[in-house]
Design a protein. Structure first.
Ligand code: GLY
Length: 308
């Protein structure tokens, strides 16, 4: 049975993704189409166009896509100047002998494979970026940040102001029973240039295997990388845990890191029986979206709160 599951900021991409599945399209096509909608929305401050920039004012995007049928995967990280990193990640998977390209190499690959560069910084995201910089920094100082030798103190100070940052996750199952999973983000605002989160790291922010299920993360990427959270969820399901127990165990794995660093991690997942589930380590809760063959509109579901 066809199914689309997305993180809380994925609603606008659900119907286009589902339409692809209803017309016999693949899970990979559905995931890519759903995420492209979110990447194109300039009001979405943590994904694609309008994403918040790094400390020197450059929007660097991370994305990954994985095919649960073949375990093929493609990722791009710290990619500047292209609106749809999810599509470039898919090209990495389908056209290159590699699984992961970053920075200038990823941009070069995007241009070589037909993507047009674009300006990702909007008036709003520029304003938010400037508000996070030290008040003592003049306009000239802001312009000179790209050449400045010392950025670390500014990064440390600025990231303390982060109230929230986001990522979009999509999981789809097509009429042939194949699963795919995609993740896209601009990562932390005011991050150090070149910082990669969990989203492009296969096994950390994204993992899918038709035989067992799929999982994708949002939240504090530095913690998710250290616990290989998405892969853990799928591995726990492979070892016989229910999807709920698998997600809860993956959150408990993060407990020492969450206790030390704070922040939160959210997981959306689908098991091999097509059951969706979502969980968060945040006491504030949250939600995710599900649409399946029988439903006309996406359904908003609460993430189960597991404070480890
Ligand atoms: N989870 C997204 C990030 O940390 O970049």
């Amino acid at each position: 049975m066809i199914l689309v599951v997305a993180s809380g900021n994925g609603e606008a991409g659900m119907v286009p993704a589902m339409e692809i599945l209803r017309h016999g399209g693949s899970a990979l096509d559905a995931v890519e189409a759903g995420i492209r909608v979110i990447e194109s929305d300039p009001a979405e401050s943590s994904v694609g166009l309008g994403g918040l920039p790094n400390v020197v004012g450059e929007v660097e995007l991370d994305a990954s896509i994985m095919d649960g049928r073949t375990l093929a995967a493609g990722s791009v990280g710290a990619l500047a100047g292209f609106e749809h990193p999810i599509s470039i990640a898919r090209r990495v998977m389908e056209l290159s002998p590699h699984a992961f390209l970053v920075g200038d190499g990823a941009a070069r690959f995007a241009a070589e494979t037909g993507f047009s560069p674009c300006m990702l910084l909007t008036a709003r995201s520029r304003r938010v970026w400037q508000q996070g910089l030290p008040e003592s920094l003049s306009a000239q100082g802001r312009r000179g940040l790209r050449r400045r030798g010392e950025l670390l103190p500014m990064v440390r100070q600025a990231v303390e102001r982060i109230s929230q940052h986001g990522t979009v996750d999509f999981i789809a199952r097509d009429a042939n029973g194949n699963l795919a999973c995609g993740v896209s983000t601009s990562g932390w605002p005011w991050k150090y240039p070149g910082r990669l989160g969990d989203s492009p790291v296969i096994g950390a922010g994204n993992y899918v295997d038709n035989r067992y299920g799929a999982a994708a993360c949002t939240g504090y990427g530095e913690l998710v990388i250290r616990c290989s959270t998405a892969h853990s969820v799928v591995l726990y399901m492979r070892m016989g845990k229910s999807i709920r127990a698998a997600c809860r165990s993956a959150i408990h794995d993060l407990a020492p890191l969450l206790a030390t660093h704070g922040g939160a991690v959210n997981i959306v997942a689908v098991d091999r029986e097509n059951r969706p589930f979502g969980v968060t380590s945040s006491a504030k809760g949250g939600y995710y979206w599900v649409v399946s063959e029988g439903s006309a509109t996406p359904e908003k579901r609460a993430l189960e709160v597991v404070v480890p």
